[in-house]
Design a protein around this ligand. Structure first.
Ligand code: RIB
Length: 313
């Protein structure tokens, strides 16, 4: 069975409160609106990729509870193949507590639940799916050993492995050298390179340092400043866009989902990075994680509008 894009990762339910500002340690503040919506870096990336036209199989582990059942229903409704999804009889589904401030910034605490028990053994029935995928996309909200197993299995068959190293953590060389494309944000790039990323020049140095650890291609996402691609010894800066940001939650997830769709469609690394920046820019104009993932037509309209106002960089 050939699946174009295989996403393996976390699925959460996000409990979100909008507030004037993020609380300091030990502080209670009164917030504003509360809402729940589907999240989890893996699920967000799978949904984003599906909405942008990708043929997606998503593998995650949820609890045997209402959140897990709701998530499964939503993935099916998005046209995602959920045939390899797993249900954990012991642990609850993942939950994230999120505060979003008036500048669209957030802070997130995740109770991983079932995500933390997604093991190599769980994925053995999906081994041939991993080996036959067009692209495998992962993040770090599941155990590192599981990520390493998938990366090794895929890379051994020449399958492109895209790893979004979020949340930030140090990665062993034995994993990094299996990765085709690594997509850290500024903070994650800093952790992996030891270089503080504050502008394009420092992003270039960080990308070089990360590449030296065995990764083929590095894309550092730079928030509103777009992304820095380091591919085949060439740096390319994909621009960010001036948008009215209301919530940056899952912007990186939308970036990754869009990136793999463009790559699966045969676009080159530069074109794919630009497309991913466009999709991510749209996502920050909407509240929520999966709720903010745009459809292909929205990205096309966004680009057309930029061309018409000659704002495209
Ligand atoms: O990247 C945003 C996501 O991080 C949220 O949806 C939350 O669930 C956490 O996984």
């Amino acid at each position: 069975m050939k699946t174009d894009i295989l996403v393996i990762g976390s699925s959460n339910t996000d409990m979100v409160i909008q507030a004037e500002r993020l609380p300091a340690a030990g502080e209670t503040i009164l917030g504003g609106r509360f809402f729940m919506n589907p999240g989890g870096k893996g699920a967000n990336q799978a949904v984003a990729a599906a909405r942008l036209g990708g043929r997606i199989t998503f593998i995650a582990k949820t609890g045997n509870d209402i959140f897990g059942k709701q998530s499964l229903g939503l993935f099916n409704a998005e046209g995602i193949n959920t045939g390899y999804m797993l249900s954990d009889p012991e642990n609850p589904s993942g939950v994230a507590l999120i505060t979003v401030d008036k500048n669209a910034e957030n802070c997130i605490v995740v109770a991983s639940g079932a995500n933390a028990s997604l093991s190599e053994k769980d994925l053995l029935p999906a081994k041939t799916v991993i080996e036959n995928a067009g692209i495998v996309l992962m993040q770090l909200e599941i155990p590192l050993e599981t990520v390493r197993f998938v990366a090794q299995t895929a890379a051994a068959k020449g399958v492109m492995v895209v790893l979004n190293p979020a949340p930030a953590c140090l990665l062993p060389a034995g994993l990094l050298n299996q990765i085709s494309v690594l997509t850290p944000n500024e903070k994650e790039a800093e952790m992996l390179s030891g270089i503080e990323v504050s502008d394009i020049e420092s992003a270039q140095r960080a990308a070089q340092k990360i590449k030296d650890q065995g990764v083929k291609t590095v894309i550092i996402t730079l928030g509103s400043k777009g992304a820095l691609l380091f591919h085949e010894n060439e740096y390319t800066h994909a621009p960010g866009y001036m948008v009215k940001a209301v919530d940056t939650t899952a912007a990186g997830d939308v970036f990754n989902g869009a990136l793999v769709v463009a790559l699966a469609e045969g676009k080159n690394m530069q074109e794919s990075t630009r497309f991913a920046c466009e999709a991510a820019a749209i996502s920050v104009t909407k509240l929520g994680a999966q709720a903010s993932a745009p459809y292909k037509t929205e990205v096309d309209e966004f680009r057309d509008a930029l061309i018409q106002t000659s704002d495209i960089k």
